[in-house]
Write a protein that binds this ligand. Structure first.
Ligand code: LLP
Length: 441
């Protein structure tokens, strides 16, 4: 069955009677006029369609815990939506923990990931009531044990391992291959387990965690990942007489940014994972109480778009035509960081014929600040509303104040209503952490 991550546009996208693009029943040109640009727009129905697809696809498997990878996009409102949809949260910094906690999220349903959690981060996680930590390395084992001891607690952990699976995605977003900064190499798990048994009395090892990468289009890598984890659990049982009962498969399911992308359906991934669990639990005689998955991009990516106002343009004699948007790499670093490609439409003339090859440039002082390169579009005039699709994941969450450009606002749309979920940053907020030392007065 097809799922929303397999389309470029949010599921509620329409062209309305005025001839403009509408999402969640809201005309994008009206949103631009009301809230200003650049503006992130998130379609609640698309988010819900993805969370429902995940729940439905795994429904024959009651032991599954769905954790939204908050790094993809996180605000207090998103935490509320995830709570309503029955998802937990995969958190990877004290800031993400703080956001979840202050949104009123049930912290028992969260999990702490990351390759360099400090002692202070770990103490904070325990104080906030987190109950599961994925431990990435030897240093963290020591620090977590110390933190748990100081709180008189025993904390449940998963050991993050590097499964040695390479998937075909951008090098920077590959994580499961052997030469990776994340997790224990499989040759190091014995030492980690011995330390837990002999020394780290405040740690309770429950299972293994792996994450193979992001923007994945292949099913087979998930099948292989399940095998690696089951095989290792069996090896640990034989070697250390410890029965591990939980695995975390990470996230990674891809989405469709352009027509070239062919992501797979959530149902396909669920079938692959459940099939692999069936096969390998028999083969290795391992039974599990809990399986976590941590999708980020596939839950929120397609639901989000960014709208910009067109400004200046430049025709290079015998070269490219550039049209500049009123945002750029500060609100979306992905094109300059990963050469990411996006689908662009003009929200106030979506049906106009594509007559020009243009490059949509950002407004930052950097030649590499390009949002979309060499794409066919209708003739763009100043004040046209440029719509970049599928910016929901890792767009706002990687935004910056480069060139002291203010961070944009984000709205949630549903059924003709729009609500601010992040206010546009103000100049006062931009400078609020600045300090002028006395000697400069
Ligand atoms: N779990 C772990 C341990 C992760 O490291 C990640 C993502 C996820 C889950 C969620 O993966 P997803 O379902 O979103 O693929 N900034 C990059 C993506 C980095 C992904 C980092 N880890 C980008 O913009 O493409």
């Amino acid at each position: 069955m097809k799922t929303a991550n397999q389309d470029i546009r949010p599921i509620t996208t329409k062209i309305n009677e005025k001839g403009n693009i509408e999402i969640g029943g809201c005309d994008l040109t009206e949103l631009a006029a009301k809230y200003g640009t650049p503006l992130y727009v998130f379609d609640e129905e698309t988010i819900k369609s993805m969370t429902s697809s995940y729940k439905d696809a795994f429904k024959q498997y009651p032991n599954i815990s769905m954790m939204f990878a908050a790094k993809a996009f996180m605000t207090k409102a998103i935490c509320r939506i995830m709570a309503r949809e029955g998802f937990g949260l995969d958190l990877c910094s004290a800031g993400e923990i703080y956001t979840a906690k202050s949104s009123g999220f049930d912290m028992k349903k969260t999990l702490f990931n990351g390759n360099n959690k400090s002692y202070e981060d770990l103490v904070y996680a325990l104080e906030c009531g987190m109950e599961t930590i994925s431990v990435d390395n030897f240093y963290e084992l020591e620090e977590l044990n110390r933190a748990a001891k100081s709180k008189n607690k025993t904390i449940k952990i998963l050991l993050r391992i590097t499964p040695g699976i390479e998937c075909h995605t951008h090098e920077y977003i590959q994580t499961g291959h052997l030469d990776s900064k994340f997790g224990f190499d499989l040759t190091q798990t014995d030492e980690a387990i011995q330390l837990i048994k002999s020394t780290y009395k405040n740690i309770n090892l429950a299972g293994l965690h792996a994450h193979i990468g992001s923007q994945i289009f292949e099913k087979q890598v998930y099948y292989d990942e399940v095998e690696v984890l089951f095989k290792e659990i069996k090896r640990i049982k034989d070697r250390h007489n410890i029965e591990l009962t939980e695995i975390n498969l990470g996230g990674g399911l891809g989405i469709k940014y352009t027509e070239k992308d062919k992501p797979i359906s959530v149902y396909d991934i669920a079938d692959t994972i459940t099939k692999a669990i069936e096969v390998y639990s028999k083969e290795y005689n391992v039974s599990l109480n809990k399986i976590y998955i941590e999708p980020g991009r596939s839950i929120i990516g397609t639901a989000g778009i960014t709208i910009y106002k067109a400004g200046s343009s430049k025709q290079v004699p015998k070269g490219r035509k550039y049209v500049a948007a009123d945002g750029g790499m500060s609100d979306n670093a992905r094109p300059s960081l990963y050469q990411a490609e996006y689908t662009v439409e003009i929200a106030n003339k979506p049906k106009a014929e594509n007559t020009e090859k243009v490059t949509i440039a950002g407004k930052h002082c950097e030649s590499g600040d390009i949002l979309a390169k060499d794409i066919m579009l209708p003739k763009i005039e100043p004040n046209d509303i440029i719509c970049l699709h599928t910016t929901g994941a890792y767009g706002y969450s990687m935004s910056s104040n480069y060139n002291r450009v203010l961070k944009p606002a984000a709205v949630l749309v549903n059924n003709g209503k729009s609500d601010i979920i992040i206010n546009r940053q103000t100049f006062e907020q931009l400078c609020e952490s600045d300090n002028i030392p006395d000697r400069l007065n």
